[in-house]
Ligand binder design. Sequence first.
Ligand SMILES: *Cc1c(COP(=O)(O)O)cnc(C)c1O
Length: 225
Amino acid sequence: MSVRENLEAIKKQIEVACTKNNRNSDEVNIIAVTKYVSIKTAEEALESGVEHLGESRDFGLLEKYEALGEKPVWHFIGTLQSRKVKDIIGKVDYIHSLDRLSLAKEIQKRAEGKVRCFVQVNISEESSKHGLSKEDALTFIKQLERFSSIEVVGLMTMAPHTDDKESIRTVFRELKELQEEVKRLHLPYAPCNELSMGMSNDFEIAVEEGATFVRIGTALVGKEL
Ligand SMILES: *Cc1c(COP(=O)(O)O)cnc(C)c1O
């Protein structure tokens, strides 16, 4: 299937998930994750109507940014080493993996304007995954007040690798609950209106549970590299 056909199918699935939960599908942004595909396929995604591209490695981001420039909205979705911040800042529109003060400090040091960040939470507490525990996330977000360049636009999580749909759903639901807690704090630098959750295998559940950004690689652009 072409990227365009995949996109149409995914949009329909998102529509269905939204209808089930009385959501407007306009609230759901599709990020095409291009880490496994060529520049050419990333271009095909843009031509098919995708507006957001996501990369999880600094070199992948830089390579594609060089070719595609500011056409897409760029998302950095992977683990971010502090020493790489200076290379990607100013190029990416959103960072999805803010999970420690040392990284916040580096973003603050390098940023020229506001940087839109998602705080990454490891709801499932799988040790292989990055992100803060649910318990630590609120404290962390409160500590971000002193970093004037950081705007906490939302929370991000990755569901566990499992076929158990209910445990995936629980993870997404808990992220949504945590988002509500952050919103209740009314922190001016942390509106936290967005939820970045859902990948190829679980984006429908994520949308049912309130995702506003889904990060879809394989099911949308395939896997070439
Ligand atoms: C690779 C990746 C995705 C997309 O994964 P697919 O299963 O191919 O859709 C989403 N989010 C993050 C953080 C990733 O690293």
